[in-house]
Design a protein around this ligand. Sequence first.
Ligand SMILES: Nc1ncnc2c1ncn2[C@@H]1O[C@H](COP(=O)(O)O)[C@@H](OP(=O)(O)O)[C@H]1O
Ligand SMILES: [Mg+2]
Length: 284
Amino acid sequence: MRNLPEILIKTRQIGWGAAKLLSSYYHGTAQDSHLDIQYKDNEPVTAADVAVSHYILSALQSAFGHQDFGYISEETYQSQPGKHPAEWVWIIDPLDGTRDFINKTGEYAIHIALVQGTRPVLAVVAIPEAQKIFYATKGGGTFVETAAGSQKLQVSSQPSIEDLVVVVSRSHRNQKLEFLLKNLPCQQQKSIGSVGCKIAALVEQQANIYISLSGKSAPKDWDMAAPELILTEAGGKFTHFDHSPLQYNTGDINQWGGLLASNSQDHINLCNLAAKILEDFVPE
Ligand SMILES: Nc1ncnc2c1ncn2[C@@H]1O[C@H](COP(=O)(O)O)[C@@H](OP(=O)(O)O)[C@H]1O
Ligand SMILES: [Mg+2]
């Protein structure tokens, strides 16, 4: 089955189910809500990440099978390194913003993306604390769904660079990123946990730019694939600082370097500006 609208209906249901399960861990109402926090490559992993990963993988695999699709989840990735051979691959982050989840900021999300080749064609981002699901298909637009129904989304058309609101990570920051933020002309800056929640702020017109800059480690395919499509289908742009598109399932799961997401006007200027500012960065 490769009919995107049909696949989307099922994926939205799975997104809501996963949101309910994750939220039960967050609020301590799951059967066993003990988070059992472990660290993998300096990043926290909880019992909630593992349970939701299992839930999403089982539900997708029973709906779509293994013949036409591959599956990559943050929590099972160790056992399947490298490029997945399938043309259509599900890329899943069962809990994006694990640090914010643990610290109870409410800013955490679930990402489910379907990638064809190296580019996303379908995406669901669930934000349990907002009781919202964002969804998009390539060429089909971006929508937000709540208990009241679905609504089409479009990024803002904020005209002046100085007035743009920038969102950045709360917990993945380094000297270089601080230098860039200090020297940008847009000084309205806000820290938000989870890439899904940051992109939700852009498509809900509460912010205009998201910047990610890798350090010793980098965000991964599952952090970016679903949020990217949610943004671009709402009229935004999401690229490397050199304007090249992000690529997924390439064999290197890391998304190295500078990434910029914006409401699209001035995207190229902003990318060039970010790269230019970083030319003057001298590490202490
Ligand atoms: N420099 C970096 N190195 C490793 N992971 C990063 C990263 N920047 C962001 N991420 C990942 O991107 C997700 C969102 O981060 P943030 O909330 O700080 O924006 C987190 O995923 P997980 O929570 O799924 O592990 C985090 O691990
Ligand atoms: Mg993540």
